[in-house]
Design a protein around this ligand. Structure first.
Ligand code: NAP
Length: 484
């Protein structure tokens, strides 16, 4: 199998917030990998911008250090890093000041793709958009990339959209949800719409329920105070889990092109029913002998912010009427795993003896670790002893299937940045999608705030609060075990 690297057009990419955590951990090492793969044209350039004073040489040292710290060891070759750094420049700019903008204007070339990555706090998005226009830097072909969180409720998301819309068309705005850049997430679309096998079964007649899990083993640690203002619903569900839900539940788009896909996702969000509070479980992790509790990490002994949430959602449309979608995400859980499990119904009639056992087919799409898919099928237990049925996995791990080439699969940020340069918005959220997601989320948050709901405590490194298991037990179902 030969993986193809298709070079993108020449570009100048400006990263605002280039000295920050995200730029150093993900964006710059990701660009370096694309450079090494040959996807980045020789003349493409990256221009860092932030308030700190640096010249090009100093900022190149920042980039070199970031690549060495955050790239895989065998990707780091001093000569290659040196060549990459020749493409790097820096300007000192305060998003809220007027200095530095004319330097930036002088640096950015016309006639190549111009992209501006806003890797700064969302409160600065409007300032950057305005100054890019008022200083005559961004033209109608320029693209801007904005990071999460895109608002903390519907009102703030609308305001952000309106601030950006004053200066940029929707076709120029790329709202990142890095979950959409994951190989498996795109593969989910390939599996659903590239095979005849699954789509006829992909509905409430054959699917018993769907589980979407994003579990982390880390706590909120040093980000506690920041995290406490958002919680798992805002930080994970409103964006990442809902995007996964959309891709698994949407109707086939007429084409794999941006608005066809995003129109179908939007329909799913709009068809989500409000969730009754009996079908929401919120939790906070407890202390261990050596580690702090969520409330201690958050610095607020009375915090009511959830570090865990589980929800049972229903989608009001013909395809999914009555099929529960169970969503859960949390911190300090017993395994770091992200997966979508499509649990099919039992065969309508068993021809086997009652003690043979009956098993449901399950299609598991794993996002991490070890991206891949597994289809659980029922077979006869080998050997004598009559007809006994067992489950076996038909396993497709990308790492195994692709061998060494799996190493070359771009990570989510790499892929998404290259999509920005290509001008492909398919894997980015549209403004109306984000607003629809908040319109569904807001009443749930207001509901628990009005009830003064206190999250349940759960043991650190467990599967989450007992009530979450009960939510499924009530309906004769169970969460899949959390394991890596
Ligand atoms: P960070 O580490 O605090 O970095 C912020 C960057 O913005 C720094 O380079 C800072 O440099 C610059 N900056 C701050 N104020 C500025 C101003 N007035 N004008 C120009 N530059 C300014 O933040 P981060 O973690 O990289 O996050 C950046 C964005 O990505 C945020 O929206 C965050 O929510 C989002 N995000 C981050 C992660 C992550 O893993 N870190 C993940 C998802 C999303 P100076 O102080 O030198 O100006």
């Amino acid at each position: 199998m030969v993986s193809r690297v298709i070079p993108v057009d020449d570009f100048d990419l400006v990263i605002f917030g280039a000295t920050g955590d995200l730029a150093r951990r993900k964006i710059l090492p990701g660009l370096y990998r694309r450079f090494c793969s040959g996807q980045m044209p020789e003349t493409a350039r990256i221009i860092g911008a932030a308030r700190s004073e640096h010249d090009d040489a100093e900022f190149r040292d920042v980039v070199r250090a970031a690549i060495n710290e955050f790239s895989k060891k065998n990707d780091c070759d001093d000569d290659r890093i040196g060549e990459f750094c020749e493409r790097i420049h820096y300007v000192t700019i305060d998003a809220r000041g007027e200095g530095g903008w004319s330097d930036l204007k002088g640096l950015v070339r016309s006639g190549v793709v111009n992209a501006y990555y806003f890797s700064v706090a969302p409160s600065l998005f409007g300032d950057l958009a305005e100054r890019l226009q008022s200083h005559g830097i961004a033209d109608e072909n320029a693209r801007i990339v904005v990071e999460k969180p895109f608002g903390r409720d519907l009102a703030s998301a609308k305001k952000l959209n309106a601030d950006l819309a004053k200066h940029f068309e929707e076709t120029q705005i790329y709202r990142i949800d890095h979950y959409l850049g994951k190989e498996t997430v795109q593969n989910l679309m390939a599996v659903r719409f590239g095979n005849i096998l699954f789509e006829p079964l992909w509905n409430s007649q054959y699917v018993d329920h769907i589980q979407i899990t994003v579990a982390e083993t880390v706590g909120v640690g040093g980000r506690g105070e920041y995290y406490d203002k958002s919680g798992a619903m805002r930080d994970m569900v409103q964006n990442h889990l809902m995007q996964l839900l959309c891709l698994i539940a949407m109707e086939p788009p007429s084409r794999f092109e941006p608005d066809s896909v995003r129109d179908e996702k939007l329909k799913v969000i709009r068809a989500l029913e409000p969730v009754d509070h009996h079908n929401i479980v919120r939790g906070q992790y407890d202390a261990t002998k050596t580690e702090a509790s969520y409330r201690e990490d958050a610095g607020d002994p009375k915090s009511r912010t959830e570090s865990y949430i589980a929800l049972r959602c229903l989608i009001s449309n013909w395809r999914w009427a009555g099929t529960p979608f169970y969503l859960r995400t949390g911190k300090k859980l017993k395994a770091r795993t992200s997966e979508i499990a499509v649990v099919f119904k039992d065969a309508p009639h068993s021809i086997f003896p009652e003690d043979a056992g009956r098993h449901a087919n399950v299609l598991v799409i794993r996002l991490q670790p070890n991206e891949g898919m597994t289809l659980q099928v029922t077979i006869k237990e080998p050997g004598p002893g009559g007809m006994r049925l067992i489950d076996v996995p038909l396993d497709m791990s990308f790492a195994e299937a692709l061998g060494e080439e799996a190493e070359d699969i771009p990570d989510a940020y790499e892929r998404l940045i290259m999509d920005v340069i290509r001008g492909n918005q398919t894997l980015f959220m549209r403004g109306d999608e984000v607003e629809a997601a908040w319109a569904w989320t807001d009443p749930l948050i207001h509901g628990w705030e009005a009830r003064h709901d206190v999250p349940k405590t759960y043991d650190a490194y467990s599967s989450g609060p007992e009530d979450s298991s009960m939510m499924l037990h009530r309906e004769g179902r169970r969460w899949r075990e959390l394991k890596e």
